[in-house]
Ligand binder design. Structure first.
Ligand SMILES: [Zn+2]
Length: 212
């Protein structure tokens, strides 16, 4: 298990950007949102840290590096985004109707905050696991984000540890954590072969952060 991660609190936001519709869900699966979040967090490895603000907005699209809401004709539809410096996660409001996917994607986003706290040694350890997979010519991943990032890799990216490669490693880490802790047994993007899944789970279980 991940240990010595600093207790993380998810605060549902009541505000919304001026140009978007506010939708703060009162209930998920018949329970008040805060209860649902407490129960969700209790299923994760112990994670401690400053609060992360959580917003549910409608019609999310990514356009030229910006997250838009309510402008479906601009950019590519996305389910979630994290703003690390602002400690804010934005989720598509339709996920409220799909708690399993919500749990999976929220876990992915939370682990973006974990990734930036990992020691260099832990990051390297995860990266080494990916090098081993690539040497073995695996072609699959454990989530959509890492599959997309992997598709974008070009010759030389891995050897040079380019920005594209490092971005792929980060997405792969977050997808692996979502696979391990997100509560879904089957998902169409869990395509990595079982032997490699086991290796990733082992790496994840060894990971430590540099500060609590
Ligand atoms: Zn991601």
């Amino acid at each position: 298990m991940l240990t010595r991660l600093p207790v993380l609190t998810l605060l549902p936001a009541n505000r919304s950007p001026a140009n978007s519709e506010t939708l703060t869900p009162a209930r998920i699966q018949g329970r008040p949102l805060s209860n649902w979040l407490d129960s969700y967090l209790s299923g994760l490895p112990h994670i401690d840290g400053s609060p992360i603000h959580l917003e549910f907005l409608s019609g999310l699209t990514a356009h030229r590096g910006r997250l838009l809401t309510g402008e479906p004709e601009r950019g590519k539809a996305v389910h979630a985004a994290s703003f690390l410096r602002e400690r804010r996660i934005v989720l598509e409001d339709t996920l409220i109707e799909n708690p399993s996917l919500l749990r999976l994607l929220l876990t992915h986003e939370i682990f973006h905050f974990v990734w930036i706290r990992l020691s260099n040694g832990s990051r390297r350890e995860f990266e080494q696991a990916l090098h081993r997979e690539h040497r073995a010519r695996t072609t699959s991943e454990l989530g959509e984000s890492s599959a997309v990032a992997r598709e974008l890799l070009q010759a030389g990216d891995e050897a040079q540890r380019s920005l594209r490669w490092r971005s792929y490693v980060c997405e792969s880490f977050c997808d692996t954590a979502a696979w391990a802790y997100g509560g879904l047994k089957c998902y169409r993007y869990f395509r990595l072969a079982p032997e490699w899944r086991k290796r990733r789970a082992a790496v994840l279980s060894n990971i430590r952060v540099s500060r609590a």
